[in-house]
Structure formats: structure tokens, C-alpha cells
Design a protein around this ligand. Structure first.
Ligand SMILES: [Zn+2]
Length: 167
């Protein structure tokens, strides 16, 4: 296992639609293990493969307080349905130093495949539902800053430009 560098906006891989995984081989297992290690090392609660530069449909999430208590790894996850509304202050390892409230479904049904090739359905609410929506968005090339008002996005982009000028 190895810690992977996390891609940061505006790296193009983050805006690309990721490829379906058709074969859960050793490479996918290694990628998943690397992503788990990277997520915990960065104190994140979710990570999608494009964030480590791999444009494939794989996510790891763990919104639990104890490390590895709530770890979920999903291949080709999709949000089948969603209900209600919820919005919390979201951040992203690929969008450093910025948070914003993002409108999401409060409860969702997610379908995906586990690393041992079982098809699973997951009913999620609360923080888990939000993290799953956030990570599955990554697989479709969508960042949370794409889901906020243009005004708020502008604040972020201006901050980013200022930071880039300074470095
Ligand atoms: Zn993210």
C-alpha cells in the first residue's frame, strides 16, 4: 500500500467522467487499498479514484469517528434514487481551504459492487448520504463547487487566483 498524491482543482482528471470498472482485478484491489490509506492520512471521510489521478469508478468512504469503523468501498456506484433535502458545509481534499453548503438529497439509495464482487444496495441518510453523493459526483467529473451558487464559486476562484499569484 502506498499513499497517493491528491489531485487538486483545476487538474483536468477531476472534471472528467470516470470509466466503469469491468474487472475487479489485483489492480483495482491495490487502488482501493491506496485510496483508503490516502483518505485516512489526509483525514478525509471519502475519496474517489479521480482524486488520486485514476479515472475509474471507485470510491471509498468512512464518515465514522473511529478509523475503519464505517469503511465502505464501492465499485461503479450509482445513486438509484434520492429523497428530501439536506445541506451541510462540505469540503473536499481536491478543493483545499474552502467549504460551502451544498444542496443534496437527505436520503439516497445507492447501488454498487463490493471488492469481493457482490452487488449491494445501500440505504443511506445523514452524513453518509452526503459523502456518498459527493464522491459519486467525483466519478461524473462534478466537484462540490459546481453545485453552489456562481457568487460563492466566484469567491473561491478569486481566493485561488490570489493564492496562485503568491506562489
Ligand atoms: Zn471531494
Amino acid at each position: 500500500m502506498a499513499f497517493q498524491k491528491i489531485c487538486v482543482y483545476p487538474e483536468p482528471v477531476l472534471s472528467r467522467k470516470a470509466e466503469d470498472i469491468t474487472n475487479i482485478d489485483g489492480q483495482v484491489h491495490t487502488l482501493a487499498a491506496d485510496m483508503v490509506e490516502t483518505m485516512y492520512a489526509a483525514s478525509g471521510i471519502g475519496l474517489a479514484a479521480p482524486q488520486v489521478g485514476v479515472s475509474r469508478r471507485l470510491i471509498v468512504v468512512d464518515p465514522g469517528k473511529e478509523e475503519k469503523s464505517g469503511l465502505i468501498t464501492l465499485v461503479n456506484p450509482v445513486v438509484v434514487s434520492g429523497e428530501g433535502h439536506n445541506a451541510i458545509d462540505e469540503g473536499c481534499l481536491s478543493v483545499p481551504d474552502f467549504t460551502a453548503e451544498v444542496p443534496r438529497h437527505a436520503e439516497i439509495l445507492v447501488r454498487g459492487i463490493t471488492l469481493d464482487e457482490r452487488e449491494v444496495e445501500l440505504n443511506a441518510g445523514g452524513l453518509l448520504a452526503i459523502v456518498l453523493q459527493h464522491e459519486i459526483d467525483h466519478l461524473n467529473g462534478i466537484l462540490f463547487i459546481d453545485r453552489i451558487s456562481p457568487l460563492k464559486r466566484d469567491i473561491y476562484l478569486r481566493k485561488l487566483k490570489k493564492k496562485q499569484r503568491q506562489t
